[in-house]
Design a protein around this ligand. Structure first.
Ligand code: HEC
Ligand code: HEC
Ligand code: HEC
Ligand code: HEC
Length: 171
């Protein structure tokens, strides 16, 4: 934290100097660093405690129902769960409805990446009414605004259902 603060202070001084010399042409928002790697899945409830509005939007979307909507015979089929749950097959990801109820369906962390470290950092500021720019940056830098791996396409741009004739018939 100390190092980041120093960098911010120096960066501000440099920006002020540049502004004096050539006019303030810089974009005002600092470029965010990549979130820390190796975070684990925490599930929707914990995210909802701080992002209730996004939670309510998500709750009404089809992504929230993607597990529920699987025909019963497919609710434990690995070939379906990889796209119809959160983090299936990854450490700390969905296992089954009973043991990982907050990872049922396509939840927050499919699109934003696992968020344990983000929660920890943001929870450190939980008692404050307003965050300083540095605290806000630290919170933002600990989670993806959207994962950089073209995550929508990973699930949507496939012929996954065509490969499952059985399922096609069961519809
Ligand atoms: C203790 C409160 C807290 C919890 C829990 C929390 N967040 Fe955040 N989140 C914040 C704060 C504070 C920010 C930064 C300020 C802002 O954007 O409002 C933030 C920002 C974000 C952003 C925007 C990042 C950006 O680059 O703009 C996303 C996406 C996000 N959170 C998703 C999540 C997800 C997913 C979870 C659950 C895994 C979660 N948050 C849990 C407080 C929290
Ligand atoms: C982990 C896999 C996965 C990811 C990642 C994913 N989706 Fe989905 N999406 C699904 C599944 C599965 C459904 C179907 C849910 C259902 O109908 O039961 C769905 C449904 C939808 C629907 C509703 C379609 C309809 O018939 O109304 C939209 C829109 C959508 N996704 C957009 C997106 C976008 C945009 C992104 C990226 C930001 C994204 N999805 C990321 C798996 C995924
Ligand atoms: C590669 C990702 C992927 C896999 C694997 C996958 N699905 Fe889906 N599924 C999706 C997406 C994306 C949607 C929403 C868009 C659409 O309807 O095509 C969806 C929608 C659905 C829906 C709701 C819409 C409909 O077709 O009635 C059901 C039910 C469904 N899938 C069942 C299954 C079953 C059963 C399996 C396993 C045999 C499976 N899916 C495997 C990505 C996948
Ligand atoms: C299907 C993918 C997907 C899912 C699921 C999803 N998000 Fe997002 N989220 C996005 C995208 C895309 C953005 C907008 C990114 C942008 O505008 O740059 C976003 C933006 C956000 C932001 C930034 C502020 C805002 O509203 O623009 C927060 C916070 C956030 N999501 C939290 C959540 C939480 C909490 C959940 C689960 C309850 C969730 N998201 C579920 C894709 C998703």
């Amino acid at each position: 934290m100390r190092r980041r603060t120093t960098t911010v202070v120096l960066g501000t001084a440099a920006a002020a100097f540049a502004a004096l010399m050539v006019g303030d042409w810089r974009p005002s928002a600092a470029v965010l660093a990549d979130p820390p790697a190796g975070q684990s899945y925490v599930g929707t409830k914990r995210c909802a405690s701080c992002h209730f509005e996004q939670y309510m939007t998500w709750k009404k979307s089809k992504h929230a129902l993607s597990f529920e909507n699987l025909p019963p015979a497919y609710k434990s089929n690995a070939a379906c769960l990889q796209c119809h749950t959160t983090g299936f097959g990854q450490p700390g990801g969905f296992q089954d409805e009973a043991s990982t109820p907050d990872l049922v369906g396509n939840t927050c962390e499919n699109c934003h990446g696992p968020g344990s470290e983000h929660c920890k950092i943001a929870e450190g500021f939980a008692a404050k009414k307003t965050l300083s720019p540095e605290e806000q940056k630290a919170a933002k830098e600990s989670i993806w605004r959207i994962t950089p791996d073209n995550g929508c396409a990973k699930c949507h741009m496939t012929n996954a259902h065509k490969a499952h004739e059985q399922y096609e018939k069961s519809k």
